[in-house]
Design a binder for this molecule. Structure first.
Ligand code: FE2
Length: 428
């Protein structure tokens, strides 16, 4: 007998009336109209069953610290970095763990079950690293938390930066990070990319760098990142986060750069909520959007995902762990409003992000983990439009969270009833 059978579900690729059979935490069959004995049978009623949301770019050590010790008045990246510097001496391991666990509760409730978080390695005490490793252990049953050794203040710019980052990796941090545009000079930025990629190649680790998070069109560290990935045979193992300078680059240069990124097998993560609020701050009008060239990168066959980056921290005062909010902003900032474009934005917070994180057994296919969620929407576009309620969230066959459907009761004279903002399904 099966442990769980979901019937009458729609999958993100459009297959409908699908049944998903679960045994021992794994999907054992996905087929239309399957009938079988199960301890628990759940009728999805034609709604969307999606693999979990994945956030490929987050800062778990800073999350939920909004207002400590003060709020970011200018809203700029540099004031945010300065503010994080003011907060760092006040951090305790207990408070970091407590805030991160609270965020992971939000994430699980939103069906966000895999997060790649950068963790600051600049301080030789490695306090945030130890705290996030503890969180990783404590949430492992319900969230895949992947950690990136992130030298926030610059691996070369910080005294003993390389040593601190290396010690973080020795403690069990998974991925090598970097921030070349924040090093003292362009030359130092390039040197940091080379050094960090070589470190990752030596240790067999993945790379994920904050790269060119600036409006400066001459910030071209992505070129070095692609070059080093190619040179060291790291294809498929390196990600460039932000790449916002590409928004402002000369088009002719980009026509050479994008094929170079594709050839090097480097993926990209844009962070629409943060890029649209932090970039273009030195502009008067017209103001640049600042997000990287998402549709053009995708068209070149480069894997592009969207990250949340920040929730209630020195850089961003909003957010609640909702990757549909991220996808919704991505649609708007990149003007990806075609049917294909909107579906690609859904993929950017699910399958594409999972590939960047090298998640195993991800997806709704036979043999995958039985981790999925039921959305109050009939397809990925409706899910983005409604930032749909996550009615049920399962992790390896076990129910993790449930939410009430979003409906409103109408008191309009002559039109009493309820609405759920879904055409053709009044009151559903
Ligand atoms: Fe970031």
């Amino acid at each position: 007998m099966l442990d769980l059978l979901i019937v009458n579900a729609v999958l993100p690729d459009g297959r409908h009336d699908m049944s998903v059979a679960v045994q021992d935490g794994r999907i054992v069959e996905v087929s239309p109209g399957l009938k079988a004995e199960a301890r628990d049978t759940f009728d999805a009623q034609g709604l969307l069953l999606s693999p979990p949301f994945c956030d490929p770019h987050f800062h778990m050590d800073a999350t939920l610290s909004y207002g400590k010790p003060r709020v970011n008045q200018s809203g700029t990246l540099l004031e945010g970095i300065g503010l994080w510097g003011e907060l760092k001496p006040l951090l305790t391991e207990e408070a970091l763990v407590e805030r991160a666990l609270a965020y992971c509760d939000w994430a699980a409730a939103r069906g966000l079950l895999a997060i790649r978080s950068h963790v600051d390695t600049s301080d030789p005490s490695l306090l945030p690293v130890r705290a996030m490793l503890e969180v990783k252990k404590r949430v492992a049953e319900y969230i895949d938390l992947q950690l990136v050794a992130f030298p926030q203040d610059g691996v070369l710019r910080t005294k003993d930066g390389v040593d601190s980052l290396t010690r973080a990796l020795n403690l069990g941090v998974d991925v090598v990070g970097g921030i070349p545009h924040f090093e003292r000079t362009m030359a130092d930025g390039m040197a940091s990319v080379k050094l960090l990629c070589e470190l990752a190649a030596d240790r067999g680790l993945l790379v994920d760098m904050h790269c060119d998070e600036t409006d400066d069109p001459m910030s071209r560290h992505i070129e070095t990142l692609a070059y080093e990935s190619h040179r060291l045979g790291l294809q498929g193992r390196v990600n460039g986060s932000h790449l916002t300078s590409m928004h402002s680059m000369d088009n002719y240069y980009v026509s050479k750069l994008i094929p170079l990124i594709a050839e090097a097998g480097v993926s990209a993560v844009a962070n629409p909520l943060i890029n649209i609020t932090i970039q273009g701050r030195h502009d008067t009008y017209p103001k640049r959007r600042g997000m990287t060239r998402v549709p053009e990168l995708m068209a070149a066959g480069i894997n592009v995902a969207f990250g949340h980056d920040c929730v209630m921290d020195p850089w961003y005062s909003l957010g609640s762990g909702d990757m549909l909010e991220v996808a919704h902003m991505g649609v708007h900032v990149a003007q990806m409003t075609s049917q294909t474009g909107m579906r690609a934005c859904f993929d950017a917070v699910t399958a594409n992000a999972a590939r960047i994180m090298h998640l195993r057994n991800y997806g709704i296919e036979k043999g995958c983990d039985a981790s999925f969620l039921l959305l109050q929407a009939r397809d990925p576009i409706e899910a983005i439009r409604l930032r749909a309620a996550r009615l049920r969230v399962w992790r390896r066959g076990v129910l993790l969270a449930q939410s009430q459907p979003a409906t409103a009761t109408l008191e309009i004279e002559g039109r009493p009833g309820t609405t759920s903002f879904m055409p053709g399904r009044p009151g559903h």
